[in-house]
Design a protein around this ligand. Structure first.
Ligand code: MSP
Length: 514
């Protein structure tokens, strides 16, 4: 297990505000939230930052399509931000800081970084002759886009031939290859690292065009050394990871937080994060983040879910029908974090009924019913508090720590569910109803006590993934101080006080009829 009890800075990408967030966006948020909550209950001081990417041609176009005039883009983005914040609240995303690329401190930081790189000689003026994809906000060379469509999204490209500014990426190519080699955790999972390494070893990096002429686009941050240009939206957006903690305006906080432990991103923006970003940082003398973790895509019918493909699923459609925690659980359990997954409502219902209603819901319900029935709703006293579940709980704790360090949520949840199902089996094997009939009171009390302890432990274990359900379970178990739950308490057995009055409520996950 990696060292705990330290600062933990984790980020999400900044979302484009041209449209409402969909399932793909909510995925990065939920994953980041689960990691943050896990680290918090492990004792880390977490700084979870998210936000919005608001400049560039794509947003300018969206503003105009939505009836705003040129010059009114900020009014447009202001009108969209509440949708994002509302969804994050409804998904229980507990972030610490929300950054907008239109915030003044951010704009000042971008200018500062540009100026610094310009003065050091790593930005130069040249002729750009190539293509630009507005939906992807990407420059493509003639050789990369021979058929005049975007190699990523296959949409038509705009031709650009004009004087522009370039950042000397190529100068740092060897440094980056060496850096990745020496820091195997810099890009995760390893199959994504291999992709970046083979790209870097097999291609000569082109210098990066980092400006857009104001003749074409004015919605952006002006270059500090040439007022005829704004900066390229990716140069602007990537800088958020250091402007947010305050590289310019809150040096004390920045010093404490940087380098970030994790930049959580989708695989489509890996190159920007794993190539452009570390080189930008290196050029200004700041060390790279510790890990860039690229997850896969949610697809529908085999295609990436995206607004332009018209195949998005609105998270509110799901939230309108199913509890928020079943949505969070499904996304993190269904696929190994890093790989693609196919989203379907049927699959969500299947998971809900088997894992949540059947396994977890039943364990809670049966145990509390027995406390109610055999012990007048009070956790029984017993002569021996540590049964066979203690060892299983400790083994589960180890598996959780190990898999959470690799952000393999699906594996973490499997470890928790193995523990849940082991306990369900224990009920079948030990048959408490028989113990009761045969008057074996102490044996019965021991078993029920152990099951209550199992549920206390399971509640802590599922909390990062299903915080609302965990709070509900904690309350039903009659436990107090939910805000103080602690991961280390998973490793302890016998913490629930005998005599605690349980508070059995309605079933947590009533089965969904199909
Ligand atoms: N604005 C840039 C990021 C700048 S970060 C300095 C951007 N924004 S985005 O809104 O298009 O995408 C944000 C995130 O959502 C990306 O990590 C992307 O991978 C993720 N997803 C968008 N569609 C997705 C799926 N269908 N499935 C999973 N995640 C996907 O890129």
């Amino acid at each position: 297990m990696k060292t705990r009890n330290k600062k933990f800075y984790i980020t999400t990408p900044l979302y484009y505000v041209n449209a409402a967030p969909h399932i793909g966006h909510s995925y990065t948020q939920i994953a980041t939230d689960a990691v943050s909550r896990f680290r918090r209950i492990c004792g880390d001081e977490v700084f979870f930052m998210t936000g919005t990417d608001e400049h560039g041609e794509k947003i300018e176009r969206a503003a105009i399509e939505n009836g705003f005039k040129k010059g009114e883009e900020k009014r447009f983005t202001d009108s969209i931000i509440p949708n994002f914040k509302k969804l994050w609240k409804d998904l229980n995303i507990d972030y610490d800081f929300f950054i907008r690329t239109t915030d003044d401190y951010h704009k000042e930081t971008v200018k500062f970084i540009l100026d610094k790189i310009y003065k050091s000689g790593d930005i130069y003026k040249g002729e750009y002759d190539g293509w630009f994809c507005v939906p992807c906000e990407m420059f493509w060379s003639h050789t990369q886009a021979e058929d005049k469509v975007c190699p990523d999204c296959k949409r038509p490209l705009n031709s650009i031939k004009e004087a522009n500014y370039f950042f000397k990426l190529s100068k740092y190519q060897d440094w980056l290859i060496d850096y990745i080699d020496k820091n195997p955790d810099f890009i995760m999972p390893d199959y994504r690292r291999n992709e970046v390494v083979s790209f870097l070893k097999g291609n000569k990096l082109n210098d990066l065009c980092i400006s857009r002429s104001k003749k074409r686009l004015s919605w952006g941050i002006e270059l500090p050394f040439d007022k005829e240009y704004v900066t390229y939206v990716w140069f602007d957006a990537l800088t958020n990871y250091i402007s947010g903690p305050g590289v310019l305006n809150n040096k004390k906080r920045f010093k404490k937080l940087w380098p970030a432990e994790f930049h959580m991103i989708g695989k489509d923006i890996l190159r920007h994060h794993a190539v452009y970003w570390p080189i930008m940082l290196h050029a200004v003398g700041i060390e790279p983040p510790r890990t860039i973790f690229a997850h896969g895509w949610w697809t529908t019918k085999g295609e990436k879910m995206s607004k332009s493909k018209g195949n998005i699923i609105d998270p509110y459609y799901i939230l309108g029908k199913y509890p928020v925690d079943s949505y969070r659980y499904f996304l993190l359990k269904e696929v190994s974090f890093g790989l693609d997954g196919s989203f379907s409502e049927e699959a969500l219902i299947r998971r809900f009924n088997s894992d949540l209603a059947n396994d977890l819901g039943n364990l809670l319900n049966r145990t509390l019913t027995m406390v109610e029935k055999y012990f007048a709703s009070k956790v029984p006293a017993c002569s021996k508090k540590n049964g066979p579940c203690q060892e299983a709980a400790a083994a589960m704790a180890g598996r959780i720590e190990e898999s959470m360090d690799r952000l393999n949520f699906s594996e973490t949840l499997s470890a928790i569910w193995a523990f849940i199902n082991r306990s369900n089996k224990l009920i079948e094997v030990r048959a408490p109803w028989k113990l009761n009939k045969e008057g074996k009171q102490d044996e019965l009390a021991q078993l029920i006590y152990e099951l209550v302890e199992v549920l206390r432990i399971v509640t802590i274990a599922v909390y990062p993934f299903m915080p609302a359900s965990a709070e509900n379970m904690w309350g039903q178990l009659g436990l107090k101080d939910f805000a103080k739950i602690n991961f280390n308490d998973i490793k302890k057995f016998g913490l629930v006080k005998s005599g605690t009055r349980i508070n059995k409520g309605a079933p947590l996950f009533p089965r969904i009829k199909q």
